[in-house]
Design a protein around this ligand. Structure first.
Ligand SMILES: [Zn+2]
Length: 271
């Protein structure tokens, strides 16, 4: 797959190219990452690759469909965005999308839908989307753009492949003291049960995929040693247990965004 138009994110590009070569592109992706990480550039490349009629690596960037996607005029690519400035996509918009998806493509073999800020959709909109992900026509493909996949329902996430983008040039590994500071910040937030503080600290893990395991190991040890000293250790032990589970997930290449979402959900949703 030709993804050279996307800056940085080398690992993700390798992974996607390999996947495309082995079993073709998926029908549903979550493209997550902070502003400026290239979510829209990647969405355009995926849409073009799905519709490209050129020879060799896709997208070729030269055929009619590729050029139309690049100019945002391809009739089989639809962008669903906020109904009013700042408002998330509504359930009615998803229903319209669903009706449209059952009309066969105009020009190409596929229809591609790009959903802006999909993580801000409310649960009923997400559930309507889920039906489409599960039972939509085989030619339809969905690209869910999200600041963080943590805002998406687990059921939606399980139907999509996630492509977690990192801000360009910020994939480097944290020096040790910086990692320790982040561990302390996370442990403080968990101990004090400060949800906002925790989310903020967890966001700093974004783009640190390289060393998530090491970070979570350190955090687990820190929580354990705090629990030994603390008066009320229940919360700390629960946090340590969660972090232990997350360490397993981190080895399976789960993104920092997903991990921080799970951590916050695990700590605060049940209380
Ligand atoms: Zn092409």
């Amino acid at each position: 797959m030709n993804l050279s138009a996307l800056k940085g994110n080398e690992k993700l590009k390798d992974q996607l190219s390999r996947q495309e070569g082995e079993r073709g592109l998926s029908h549903a992706y979550i493209l997550s990452g902070p502003p400026g990480s290239g979510k829209h550039a990647l969405a355009r490349l995926l849409a073009a690759a799905m519709l490209c009629t050129g020879q060799g690596e896709k997208p070729c960037g030269r055929c009619g469909p590729c050029i139309k996607v690049e100019r945002a005029v391809h009739p089989d690519v639809s962008v669903i965005s906020d109904p009013e400035t700042g408002k998330p996509i509504t359930v009615d918009q998803v229903r319209q999308l669903r009706a449209d998806a059952y009309i066969r493509p105009n020009e190409g073999e596929r229809k591609v839908y790009l959903l802006e800020e999909a993580d801000r959709m409310n649960p009923s909109a997400q559930n309507a989307m889920l039906k489409l992900l599960e039972e939509g026509p085989p030619y339809a493909a969905f690209l869910l753009i999200a600041g963080s996949s943590g805002g998406l329902l687990q059921t939606v996430r399980s139907r999509c492949e996630e492509l977690a983008l990192s801000p360009v040039g910020r994939e480097e590994v944290l020096p040790d003291p910086e990692r320790q500071a982040l561990v302390q910040k996370l442990a403080d937030a968990l101990e004090r049960s400060e949800e906002l503080e925790l989310m903020e600290a967890a966001l700093s893990m974004e783009g640190k995929r390289e060393e998530l395991s090491a970070l979570l190991d350190d955090l687990w040890m820190e929580l354990g040693s705090r629990a030994v000293r603390a008066g009320d250790r229940r919360r700390l032990l629960r946090a340590a247990e969660l972090v232990k589970q997350l360490r397993g997930a981190a080895r399976l290449n789960v993104s920092a965004g997903q991990l921080s979402g799970w951590l916050c959900a695990g700590m605060f949703e049940a209380t």
